[in-house]
Unconditional design. Structure first.
Length: 395
């Protein structure tokens, strides 16, 4: 079945069937093509493939059938024309920047992006004459003030934000970007296309850390860029082909398998997270719970309109500050103390001393990262066991 035949099918069906290229062996599951290069029938065939005159595999830095199956499946799920897979989420972001920016351009990005994304923009891009401005993610007046038509090329945002789960209006930012002839880039790591499709809301490019929910079981590093054929299929592909931040076929195969259960998993992560968020609100010592699925979340209505569910990331602050937060973490027996997220295993972090520990106390305070704040990536264990594990020091 050609993947164009799949357009009429539901998300769950495309997640399982889109992009398959079956070999002459007739394998049912997707094959892992563990080969660095491909052989040609003749010198003429080699020349035609290298020149792009005839399609076909050449060399796995930029053409590998297993990687291509993952790219086509993810493109079908995000609703994009083209997808380029990369070796990590960071190399996906780097590829977008390298392909689309040049000296003199400006990037406007949300404060509180994934820390390494902020460092990439701040410490590296600025060395090459690209200016970077950071604005509070949900302050649209600040976005408007920072955007300079003719100079701003990219707006970069994550929604919901990490760790405070603020929800950013993708349609509004897309309109602001397009009015200035800039592009909106959405890092869709937290929602995945199972819960949110930024391209349909007007975003130009979606980036992923496939390391998180697309794998879903904490095994492999990878990333992806999805968008239109010209920007992604030509320009970003061109950078990948030249620079080589390539996804391995084995990792692509793990992500293909991950996509098959993505819709089921995201539903289950969201269910567990909502139960935990409601339960946390009832606990003594919990000052505030941040979860877009709670009716008192400041952007609850926007989240309900923009997303099909609320996802697996919950954060909460304890009135006892850092001492109480560390005590809760150290009393857990089940939940993993690790900064990774998007795993079947629930993980807990104390942002102020880990992911946001390099910020100055003033910047941390301005970003709303208090000393009592904890972030959970809610996994798929029994939610009763999770409540028990979190509850040891709360009661
Ligand atoms: C983890 C993460 C990244 C970086 O991805 P890697 O696969 O670790 O390189 C980028 N954005 C977000 C939102 C992330 O959580």
């Amino acid at each position: 079945m050609d993947e164009h035949d799949l357009d009429e099918f539901a998300f769950e069906t495309r997640a399982i069937r889109a992009g398959i290229e079956r070999s002459a062996q007739g394998e049912h599951a997707e094959a892992i093509y563990a080969t660095s290069s491909f052989v040609f029938e003749s010198a003429e065939e080699a020349a035609a493939r290298f020149s792009g005159e005839r399609p076909g595999n050449i060399y796995s830095r930029f053409t590998n059938p297993t990687v291509r199956m993952f790219e086509r499946r993810l493109a079908a799920l995000e609703g994009g024309e083209s997808c380029v897979a990369t070796s990590s989420g960071m190399s996906a972001i780097l590829s977008v920047c390298m392909a689309l920016l040049r000296q003199g351009d400006q990037v406007v990005a949300a404060q509180g992006l994934f820390g390494t994304t902020t460092s990439l923009l701040n410490q590296y891009l600025t060395r090459f004459g690209v200016a970077v401005r950071f604005v509070p993610a949900t302050d649209y007046a600040a976005w408007a003030e920072a955007i300079e038509a003719g100079r701003t090329r990219l707006l970069i945002v994550e929604t919901p934000t990490n760790p405070l789960t603020e929800v950013v209006d993708i349609q509004k930012l897309a309109a602001m970007a397009h009015a200035a002839d800039a592009r909106l880039i959405v890092d869709n790591c937290f929602c995945t296309p199972a819960l949110q499709r930024p391209l349909a809301l007007g975003a130009d490019i979606v980036i992923h850390s496939a390391t998180k929910y697309l794998d879903g079981q904490g095994r492999c590093m990878g990333g992806a860029v999805v968008g239109d054929a010209e920007t992604v299929g030509r320009d970003i592909f061109g950078f990948l082909r030249t620079a080589g931040p390539t996804l391995s076929p084995f990792n692509a195969w793990v992500f293909l398998k991950g996509l098959e259960t993505l819709a089921l998993r995201m539903r289950a992560h969201s269910e567990n997270a909502l139960v935990l968020a409601r339960w946390l609100q009832q606990q003594p010592g919990v000052a505030r719970v941040h979860y877009p699925g709670l009716p008192d979340h400041p952007q609850h209505h926007l989240a309900a309109a923009q997303q099909s569910d609320f996802g697996g990331i919950v954060s909460f602050s304890l009135s006892g500050g850092q001492a109480a937060a560390w005590r809760l973490i150290d009393a857990t027996r089940l939940i993993s103390i690790t900064a990774n997220l998007g795993d079947t295993k629930t993980t807990i972090t104390h942002p102020a001393t880990t992911t946001h520990g390099r910020l100055s106390p003033e910047d941390r305070h301005a970003a709303g990262i208090g000393d009592g704040l904890l972030r959970l990536s809610v996994g798929l264990e029994s939610v009763d066991d999770l409540m028990q594990d979190l509850g040891r020091t709360l009661a």
